[in-house]
Design a protein around this ligand. Structure first.
Ligand code: ADP
Length: 258
């Protein structure tokens, strides 16, 4: 806010004093615009699976149900789309919860057990795509004052992406520690991210390849969730990627911030 005081003197010699307040609403407008954009994106994202479900249900009702093979295929699509809707709603709720959250007091988290848990949850999906996940524990990390659920969420999203965007390759997770920092690295040998897209990947619903993300069950919110959890714990995220070679995400925790 800018304050300007003006003094005017009338003909009669009377002194008038004015106070002018100038408020810069650019940032406020920007925020409103962002919220509006988010609501409009959410509506669109929810409508896509719903329209598909509705279409297949109607086709079944119109007679397709008589053909067992077709009916089975359509029900399978309805099942996939319903699960997508569920994941989307879960991610939207999680994102809004994390965004409005203040840091609380937590206990210590053993990083290795979180990583091993995520690896076993993603193993089946990785096997299907011939992707090998390797955990290279150079130093065993214990993060102080962090929610285990939050670290799990971050790792599930990053590892999930690594599996999603890799075929016939490998994912290597490394944990390291020095006197100043704790570092978790997730490196994959997948499709990579074009250089110009890297600044945008943490934006809500931004996808390099919409088709691939959707087809493999992505919600477009995974990295936004990672970014917000990282902010809560002052974790720095570094991304490097080479198209066709793979992608590397590094989570860096400064020890003095613990
Ligand atoms: P999504 O659900 O689409 O994966 P995210 O927010 O998790 O959404 O990621 C945003 C986009 O960033 C993805 O759609 C994808 O294009 C790109 N991306 C994220 N992680 C990787 C990765 N490991 N390899 C290649 N591309 C990635």
């Amino acid at each position: 806010i800018v304050y300007i005081t003006m003094v005017a003197v009338g003909r009669s010699g009377k002194v008038y004093e004015y106070l002018l307040l100038i408020k810069d609403v650019t940032q406020l407008r920007g925020l409103e615009e962002m919220k509006y954009q988010f609501v409009s994106n959410v509506s669109h994202e929810l409508k896509t699976p719903l329209t598909s479900i509705q279409g297949f249900v109607e086709t079944l009702q119109a007679g397709a149900i008589e053909n067992k093979e077709v009916a089975y295929r359509f029900l399978n699509i309805i099942d996939i789309e319903t699960k997508r809707l569920y994941r989307l709603i879960q991610d939207i709720l999680l994102l809004s919860e994390i965004e409005n959250m203040d840091k609380q007091e937590y206990g210590d988290v053993k990083v290795a057990s979180v990583i091993e848990n995520c690896m076993s949850l993603l193993q089946e999906q990785a096997d299907k795509k011939s992707v090998k996940i390797v955990f290279n524990e150079e130093q065993s990390l214990v993060i102080k004052n962090m929610s285990e659920d939050h670290l799990t969420q971050m790792m599930m999203n990053l590892l999930g992406n690594a599996v999603r965007y890799t075929d016939n390759g490998a994912i290597i997770i490394t944990t390291q520690e020095n006197s100043k920092q704790q570092i978790i690295t997730i490196r994959d040998s997948g499709i990579g991210i074009p250089e110009e897209s890297i600044p945008h990947i943490f934006e809500r619903f931004y996808r390099v390849d919409k088709g691939r993300s959707r087809q493999s069950g992505g919600t477009g919110l995974g990295l936004s969730i990672v970014k917000h959890i990282a902010k809560l714990y002052e974790i720095k995220i570094e991304v490097s990627s080479e198209l066709g070679e793979g992608t590397c995400f590094r989570l860096i925790l400064n020890k003095e911030n613990e």
